[in-house]
Design a binder for this molecule. Structure first.
Ligand code: PMP
Length: 343
């Protein structure tokens, strides 16, 4: 979380406190006071010595050896495994939880529930633990053991769903549970929650802009919930409408790019905006594996499979350019996956 963002939130809290004191409705004011004191409590938690204060502001690493076209084209990656929960999803999860507390939807007695292929779940579990909320997650039973272990370590409850139905099946299960017991749960619904993409609009994009000294020309990201691509691209295009935004997806419905969606055969997330991408690229699982291995052996970066796909997509973009600054996102690290794809 950037200092700028924290300051913004504090101003928001201050504003809504003022609104409460002007309100004539005492019971609404009382519940708003509760919300405001909870927000203040959380904000006091999120400072530089708190685990949640470490979310965001990840390093921007230059790819130096995998790409040797010419000196006028540079490739950089946001190293999102530096987040405390180990992935890019810490940003979206924190944003959705803070928004829910602020709007009064997440009260202390509710359990946070969602469907996730793993990283968002780990982020909810970490943030839930740090802020004192219970967390329940539905995930396809074939999610990696390493991810299940992390969820269990943070104390989350896991509900396993059919691996053949993927994250769509897990979402379905969550909807059923919430419909049967709406008072028990708070369902952030990351596929349809604007606070997901706003996290990247407020943080990831601004960091990229600053870390490249405003030189970024191309942004490349994969589509899962689509929050990273949509939020980062929206803000970058506002900062400089000339920035070209390239989305990539798995090249087939049955793929090994965990965390990414083949949109043509999946439920399209509500937050997805098909007008943002200037180009779309399809990446095969094999290409991604190849890049995971090369990044580990040649760059000293042990990354996850979707990061390998991001590298493959960025190379395709960079190889078309005479000059430019290509920035991508490496969503997580390699330790979270099995070893089948490693040479
Ligand atoms: N890669 C991995 C490993 C992920 O967990 C996710 C999140 N589903 C993504 C990529 C895609 O990010 P987003 O949900 O923001 O589209």
């Amino acid at each position: 979380m950037t200092l700028e963002k924290l300051a913004e939130q504090k101003t928001d809290a201050h504003r809504s406190r003022n609104q409460v004191s002007r309100s004539g409705n005492s019971s609404r004011a009382a519940s708003s006071e509760n919300i405001n004191s909870r927000i203040l409590e959380i904000e006091n938690h999120i400072h530089d010595k708190h685990i949640l204060g470490q979310i965001g502001n990840t390093p921007l690493l230059q790819i130096r050896k995998l790409f040797k076209l010419n000196d006028s084209v540079e490739i950089y990656a946001k190293a999102e495994w530096f987040n405390p929960g180990g992935s890019v999803k810490d940003r979206a999860a924190l944003s959705m939880i803070l928004e829910a507390v602020r709007s009064g939807k997440l009260t202390g007695d509710r359990t946070i529930i969602d469907a996730t292929s793993g990283n968002t779940g780990i982020a909810y579990a970490m943030i839930g633990s740090a802020l004192g909320y219970k967390v329940t997650l539905a995930l396809p039973s074939n999610a990696s053991q390493e991810r299940k272990n992390a969820l269990l370590a943070y104390g989350a409850e896991i509900i396993y769903t059919d691996p053949l139905s993927g994250t769509d099946g897990a979402q379905q299960k969550v909807r059923e549970l919430v419909a049967n017991n709406p008072e028990k749960y708070y369902y952030p619904d990351q596929y349809n929650n604007p606070a997901n993409w706003k996290a990247h609009y407020d943080t990831t994009a601004v960091e990229i802009w600053e870390q490249t000294g405003h030189r970024v020309t191309h942004f490349v990201a994969g589509l899962g919930t689509t929050g990273t691509f949509v939020g980062t691209s929206r803000r970058l295009k506002e900062l400089n409408p000339g920035i070209v935004c390239v989305a990539f997806q798995p090249d087939s419905p049955l793929h090994g790019l965990e965390g990414l969606k083949h949109l043509a055969t999946s439920i399209v997330p509500g937050i997805y905006d098909p007008t943002i991408a200037d180009f779309q690229i399809a990446i095969s699982t094999e290409e991604a594996y190849e890049m995971v291995n090369r990044l580990a052996r040649e760059e000293g970066m042990f990354v996850g499979i979707s990061a390998g796909a991001a590298m493959a997509a960025s190379l395709k973009v960079a190889s078309q350019l005479k000059s430019g600054v290509v920035v991508t996102v490496f969503p997580d690290g390699g330790a979270r996956y099995g070893v089948e794809h490693l040479r």
